[in-house]
Design a protein around this ligand. Structure first.
Ligand SMILES: Nc1ncnc2c1ncn2[C@@H]1O[C@H](COP(=O)(O)OP(=O)(O)OP(=O)(O)O)[C@@H](O)[C@H]1O
Length: 238
C-alpha cells in the first residue's frame, strides 16, 4: 500500500483555486521533489499532505500508522532567546539521550548539541531541523525548501545528507525546492506543479520536458546542461 494517495485533490481559499486535480501517490523509500514557480501551490500541497489543511475536494489516504517528519520552510528563533540545540531537540517533549544523539548523527549534526541555535550557520540550522524531524522515526520526511538561504555548496551537501538518511532509515522523502538542479539529481521522481501537476517523471524526463522549461522560464541549455553537469560521477560523490 502506498504511504499516501491523493485522488483529484483540490484546495481553494476565498475563491482562489490554489490546487486542483492532484493525483499523486508516494511509495516507501522514494525521493520525490516538487518544483514550480512562486505561488504555484507547493507549500499548500505539503500542508494538505501533513494534514494542516483539509482538501476542499477529492480524497487523501494515509497508510494506517504513517509517521511524517516535517522540516518547515523557515523557523524563526529569537536570537536573544537562550536555546541550545539539546533544548530545542527536547521540544515539545523530551526523548532519551541516545535517541537525540542518533537523530543528530543521522542528520550530520553531531557535535552541535551544546551550541546555541542562534550561533549556527544556515546549513547547521537546517541539519538540526532535520534531526528534530527524524526523532519521530518518520516513514515519510517532508522538506519544504529546506535549502532556503543555503549557498550552492551547502545545498548540495544538504541533499547528499538527505540521500544518506533515506539509505540509513529507509524513509520516503517528499521535498520542495527552487534549487532545481541539485535537488533533481537527488530525486527518483520530479513533479512539476502549477496549481495542477504539469508534468512528472524521472529527473531526466522532466528536465527535457517543454512544460517544465516553459513553466520555470528555462531554455533548453539551462534545463538539460545544468542537470548533466551536476550528474557527473565526480561531483555526485564529492
Ligand atoms: N492562507 C491563505 N489564504 C489565501 N491565499 C493563500 C493562503 N496561503 C497561500 N495562499 C495563496 O496560494 C497560492 C499558493 O501559495 P503557496 O505558498 O502554496 O505557493 P508556493 O508554490 O509554495 O510559493 P513559493 O514558491 O513562493 O513559496 C498563492 O497565490 C498564495 O498567495
Amino acid at each position: 500500500m502506498p504511504l499516501i494517495t491523493l485522488q483529484d485533490v483540490a484546495f481553494s481559499r476565498r475563491g482562489n483555486h490554489i490546487l486542483r486535480g492532484i493525483d499523486l501517490s508516494l511509495s516507501s523509500g522514494e525521493i520525490v521533489t516538487v518544483v514550480g514557480p512562486n505561488g504555484s501551490g507547493k507549500t499548500t500541497l505539503m500542508r494538505v499532505i501533513i494534514g494542516a489543511l483539509a482538501p476542499t475536494r477529492g480524497t487523501l489516504t494515509r497508510r494506517p500508522g504513517l509517521s511524517i517528519g516535517y522540516v518547515p520552510q523557515r523557523l524563526h528563533i529569537d536570537a536573544t532567546l537562550p536555546m541550545s540545540v539539546a533544548r530545542f531537540m527536547a521540544l515539545p517533549r523530551r526523548h532519551p539521550a541516545d535517541a537525540v544523539r542518533t537523530a543528530l548523527e543521522q542528520a550530520g549534526a553531531d557535535g552541535l548539541a551544546e551550541r546555541q541555535m542562534a550561533t549556527l550557520s544556515g546549513g547547521q540550522f537546517q541539519r538540526v531541523l532535520l534531526a528534530h524531524a527524524l526523532l519521530g522515526h518518520p516513514d515519510l520526511l517532508i522538506l519544504d525548501e529546506a535549502n532556503q538561504g543555503l549557498d550552492h555548496r551547502a545545498t548540495a551537501a544538504f541533499y547528499r545528507q538527505i540521500e544518506r538518511v533515506r539509505r540509513e532509515i529507509g524513509c520516503a522523502v517528499l521535498m520542495v525546492s527552487h534549487e532545481l538542479h541539485a535537488v533533481m539529481q537527488a530525486s527518483d521522481r520530479v513533479i512539476c506543479l502549477n496549481g495542477h501537476i504539469c508534468c512528472q517523471g524521472s529527473p531526466e524526463t522532466v528536465a527535457g520536458s517543454p512544460a517544465y522549461r516553459d513553466l520555470l522560464g528555462l531554455d533548453e541549455c539551462d534545463a538539460v546542461g545544468f542537470y548533466r553537469h551536476h550528474s557527473s560521477p565526480a561531483e555526485a560523490s564529492a
